[in-house]
Ligand binder design. Structure first.
Ligand code: PMP
Length: 383
């Protein structure tokens, strides 16, 4: 079938391939360009037109707590969560943000107590997403500050734990490590989608963050959303976004709504002409990449990868493997893993940015086929 679409892009020329052969491959960022072939196949179905006179107002729905949330985007978010069944949304507030990055800022602002006499400690269990520390300290806020690895945290009950599950960088399924009797939590669910991880049913946390960047591959659209239980927390998040950017691009929300709609339509109203469906496509491609990476790693003996046990996936209704968006690669103790990959002209992100050792690196699994192919070739021919 066409589900996989793993063939080479017919527009790739021999000259492109020669260039790729010599050039530096940048797998440092998690730029999710691997989903482009799916969206090319979708063609006009995923294309939006916005007329010059449309979406000019600051406002989307003045009656909504989140007044800059486009109703059509909100509807498609709720619909996709219903189809995938990965998040409880009943009675929750949906808040749109400029990527989930803005929503991490907004949630920290909303959860930090304004009455506290000292800044709230922001923690996350190592290895943690490398942006969390920078986000927490960027404004040198009086409300919160970065306090590092949650597993070694020695402070009082005045903390916010960032829980990323499945985790960036290592793909692990996580719960809060500091328990839920004290402090507050932000659950970053960027990778809780069927292409990456078995779906274990709807997540039900106080503050959950999602993003089209990792859900659909549209990182450039800069749209994320939060699912928030508590009304006051939701109001404070909206206040932050008002102060920070007076809302979120309507154009982007309209585009994101269409993208989510195409994914949901693929499952609710399957097209008899085409069997390709988004999560099936993503899973197939990632399965192929992880299989090739594991083979190359086994043959080389230079480094190792995390292992995951298959689990029942409530979405695919079968036992499913975990295929993280990143490979969390472990080199030998004492080795500078980033420098090692640089000798193969592969840029990776050192473990030290994630609160781990420099014998680890994170490598993106989400790049275009040509880059991934070159990456596998290089690690396979390393002697
Ligand atoms: N959280 C996690 C765990 C991520 O990996 C990313 C993207 N790398 C983000 C948040 C931010 O994504 P965006 O701002 O594009 O939504």
């Amino acid at each position: 079938g066409r589900e996989g679409m793993e063939e080479k892009d017919p527009n790739t020329t021999d000259a492109d391939l020669r260039l790729a052969h010599d050039s530096v491959i940048n797998l440092d960022h998690g730029d999710p360009t691997m989903f482009e072939p799916f969206w090319k196949v979708m063609g006009a179905r995923a294309t939006v037109v916005i007329h010059g006179w449309e979406k000019m107002s600051y406002f989307s729905d003045p009656t909504n707590l989140c007044w800059f949330l486009e109703p059509e985007f909100a509807n498609q978010v709720l619909r996709l969560h219903q189809i995938v069944n990965n998040a409880a949304t009943d009675g929750r507030h949906i808040i749109v943000g400029v990527g989930s990055t803005q929503l991490v800022h907004a949630a920290l602002y909303a959860l930090a107590s304004t009455e506290a006499h000292h800044p709230v400690s922001v923690v996350s269990a190592a290895p943690y997403y490398s942006m969390y520390s920078g986000i927490a300290d960027f404004f040198k806020s009086g409300l919160f500050h970065w306090a590092g690895d949650a597993t070694t945290f020695k402070g009082d009950d005045n903390f916010i734990e960032l829980v990323c599950s499945p985790n960036n960088p290592d793909g692990a399924t996580r719960d809060a490590v500091l328990g839920t009797h004290a402090g507050k939590r932000i659950h970053d669910m960027a990778y809780y989608w069927p292409q990456y991880s078995p779906m274990r049913g709807p997540a039900d946390h106080d503050v959950m963050l999602f993003t089209v960047s990792k859900a659909t591959g549209h990182a450039g659209t800069r749209i994320g959303w939060a699912v928030v239980k508590n009304k006051e927390v939701a109001q404070k998040m909206v206040k932050f976004i008002e102060m920070n950017s007076i809302g979120v691009s309507k154009d982007s929300q309209i585009r994101a709504a269409r993208i989510l709609k195409v994914i949901s339509d693929g499952y609710e109203f399957p097209d008899p002409e085409s069997t390709v469906r988004f999560f099936h496509f993503g899973r197939h491609l990632l399965a192929n990449r992880w299989q090739r990476l594991r083979q190359a790693v086994e043959a080389s003996g230079w480094f190792s990868l995390p292992q995951f046990s298959p689990e029942f996936c409530e979405f695919f209704k079968e036992h499913a493997e975990t295929y993280p968006g990143f490979a969390w690669v472990r080199c030998e103790e004492g080795q500078d893993c980033e420098a090692f990959f640089k000798t193969m002209k592969v840029l990776s992100r050192s473990g030290k940015h994630f609160g781990a050792g420099s014998n680890y690196v994170r490598i993106s699994m989400l790049d275009r086929d040509t880059n991934f192919d070159t990456f596998i070739k290089r690690i396979s021919s390393k002697d």
